[in-house]
Design a protein around this ligand. Sequence first.
Ligand code: 5GP
Ligand code: ZN
Length: 134
Amino acid sequence: MIKPLAIHLNSHLSRIRSKMTDSCIFCKIVSNEAKATIVYRDERVTAFRDAHPMGPTHILIVPNKHIESVNMLEAEDEPLIGYLFTIARKLAEEEGIAKGGYRLIANTGPNGGQTIFHFHLHLIGGQRMRYPMG
Ligand code: 5GP
Ligand code: ZN
């Protein structure tokens, strides 16, 4: 019997997805296969210090599920993305930078300066930021 197309496509897609995840450094940090200084973690989100900080505080907040960039966001991701901002606010408070202010950045695609293609929010603060950063 011929495999129903939907099942065939689904297994094909999950193979592609797991391949992507295998080679993604942020997926590896989420799953503890790669080291990072984790500052927050729960079932939806992981936050860790950037390896090359651009300020006294520089934290990356990532969804645990692999989403390539803002370009790949779907309607069902809206609560998750809102939640990333809630975590950003809490971490800013914990880092003592909430009152002074900070910058949240979501670089998107090559022209946006995105180098890691697993969606992330940069939380940068602890100093006066210039604009644009260039
Ligand atoms: P993007 O340029 O994609 O917006 O930001 C990627 C960020 O990830 C950069 O700020 C870079 O320093 C950081 N980064 C890249 N690889 C690693 C890593 O393996 N560990 C950590 N902690 N940060 C990383
Ligand atoms: Zn990933």
